[in-house]
Design a protein. Sequence first.
Length: 350
Amino acid sequence: MKKKVYLPCLKTVAITFLLWPLFLGSLFDGEAFAASKPDWVDGVSVQYPEASYLSGVGFGDNRQMAENSAYAALSRVFKSEVQSITVEEENFRQTEKEKKVGVDRKIDIRNQTKVSTKKVLEQVRIVERWVDPVSLVHYALAALDRSKAASSLRQKADAAEMEAKEWENRAEKSSGKIEKARALRKATAAAATAEGYEADLRVIEPARASLGGDLVRSGELQHQLSELLAQHFPVGVHIRGPHAPAVQDAILTGLHGKGFTSGLREEISIHGQIDFKETGPQDPKWHYVRWTAHLTLEEKESGKTFGSINRSGREGQLSPSEASQKALLALTTEVNETVGAILLKFIYGE
């Protein structure tokens, strides 16, 4: 007796074939699984044109990797454009300085890029996904709507500008030196924030990429603050003990970096005693040095002591001289950071 062989009808085969891509698509969490790849995978997206969107394409072995890659790709595009505009602004300021116009302000390009990218990429969305049916590589398209992002940034820039003007007005009306310094500090920070938003806007809206106007505003405010510090808060440092000159230089260098100056006249006086002593435990290979630092910070005009520092520590190395140098580094680092923090809190309330 012959065994019967049943063959599926042509209609059943056709339906199964049509449903197969839908089944595969469900395996990839709803990602598009088209026979032909979207235009954005290898080129420019028609649906998300460059004139209206900043975009980035990413790929990976799974959906999450592809999305992360897309965010990273757009981030690199944005960083490149921010850095380009920031360098252009720096060159502009340098040119204006040579012409004796405005006040030069040095820009930390890396910090500007990092902050700007973080702010703007908060509005980025993954707008499309696709899986290659042959290689099973996942692709993702990240996009930033220029119009929506620009609207948000304009509101933030306007708010920061209003804040800067308000603090600038308070500084002009202030009679006390500390009150005036605090107002100028806040005005400078708000103005710098506004300029950062303006830089972001020039990336998102290239037509805005014109230099000049109020770009040096925060620099002018910082210049006013520096003059105020030089006039009313000159600093003197007086240290006694081993390596005293090195410790004094370290403290002054740190304070200069924060905008303070030193000279024959001083309104802020920093006095202190430091010491270094060899100490245990006894070890045939290692040598230890204990360091101590006792400092006070005083306002000369009022005679008020507004800060004191009492620190100590122990450092070890293979020789007495190396242990002593390591102890000196630890002491200067600790004292420098603490003195700066106390002085900033006294003047700015921070």
